[in-house]
Design a protein around this ligand. Structure first.
Ligand code: PBG
Length: 337
């Protein structure tokens, strides 16, 4: 057959074999770039989390086992989220900085029993706050900024004293990174890092997480409690504002900046990549996890292929590291490749 339309360029040459595809592949990642979020509670049982198939609310003993299994696969960074008993939740969230609380205890256990693990703790009040918000809520129903900073600082110090390697403020109050940095330094914790949730959006993809921790905004009192977090988390419509937050967190001493959620915010990751030399973390959140699980369960595609593609796109957009509930699966899939 005569060739009427010979292309002058043939990009397919570089896709012709796995050998050449391996050489031209732009984005690669390994287990060292994954951070595993783990749920912990004070009970003795490891409980399956209904809202997040395959995820568990760990007892302290179960947590140690899970972290050891991760270490054996090269997953050496975890971030801890506590489910706090209702009886311990108060409007001032005092339990957030109880040195004998669940998180300090978990940190001590991990640092004692799991050599080599980097323990990251979440700094925010929602699991401890009777009102379910990341900050203190006034009688008028306003999420207060500056009084909250004071509690967050105590919480960060409490985690540092317990042995946390990095604290991760996820609360989105103004000025908390600088305040935490100054307090850590003054207390002799200059070596402890801050992973700042810099561009954290008021996302509909956090639902399963709030179910796992029973940490959604709630109205247990006479106060008019805001039903969402839009007065402190960012509007999904905003990109320039993310760059403003980035500049602020950089100036206040963040060591790592984060974009959260990940997949619906790849453009923000890309913008961060060109705007900062700091390492960038992306959080593939609970709703993203469940979306992938549910579509795999519905037969929409192969779970492994869909997860690896989503992960590749997050790294391709500029992330240096990703927080993902799939960390153990991904480590296993990377080995099998
Ligand atoms: C709260 C916090 C949230 C997540 C991490 N820290 C929920 C929220 O902001 O309401 C969400 C993580 C996920 O959905 O996987 N400080």
């Amino acid at each position: 057959m005569p060739n009427f339309h010979p292309p002058s360029h043939r990009p397919r040459r570089n896709r012709a074999s796995e050998a050449i595809r391996r050489a031209t592949r732009q984005t690669r990642f390994d287990a060292g770039q994954l951070i595993h979020p783990l749920f912990v509670h004070a009970g003795k049982e490891d409980q399956p989390i209904d809202a997040m198939p395959g995820q568990t609310r760990w007892s302290l003993t179960g947590l140690v086992g899970e972290v050891k299994r991760g270490l054996a696969m090269g997953i050496d960074k975890v971030v801890l989220f506590p489910k706090i008993d209702d009886a311990l939740k108060t409007p001032a969230a005092e339990e957030a900085h109880n040195p004998d609380g669940l998180i300090p205890e978990a940190v001590r256990r991990l640092k004692r029993d799991c050599a080599g693990v980097c323990v990251i703790t979440d700094v925010a009040l929602d699991p401890y706050n009777a009102d379910g918000h990341d900050g203190l809520v006034s009688d008028a129903g306003v999420v207060l900024n500056d009084p909250t900073i004071d509690v967050l600082v105590r919480q960060a110090l409490c985690h540092a004293e317990a042995g946390a390697d990095i604290v991760a403020p996820s609360d989105m109050m103004d000025g908390r990174v600088g305040a935490i940095r100054a307090a850590l330094d003054a207390a002799g914790h200059a070596d402890i890092g801050i992973m700042a949730y810099t561009a954290k959006y008021a996302s509909a993809f956090y639902g399963p997480f709030r179910g796992a921790l029973d940490s959604a905004p709630r109205s247990g009192s006479d106060k008019p409690i805001p039903t969402d977090k839009t007065s402190y988390q960012m509007d999904p419509a905003n990109a320039r504002e993310a760059l403003r937050q980035l500049a602020l967190d950089e100036a206040q001493g963040a060591d790592i900046v984060m974009v959260k959620p990940a997949l619906p915010y790849l453009d923000i990751l890309r913008e961060f990549r060109s705007a900062t030399n700091l390492p960038i973390a992306a959080y593939q959140v609970s709703g993203e996890y469940v979306m992938l699980k549910a579509s795999a369960a519905a037969g929409a595609g192969d779970e492994r292929a869909m997860v690896m593609e989503a992960m590749t796109s997050i790294f391709r957009s500029g992330a240096d590291m990703v927080l993902t509930y799939y960390a153990h699966d991904i480590a296993r899939w990377l080995k099998e490749r």
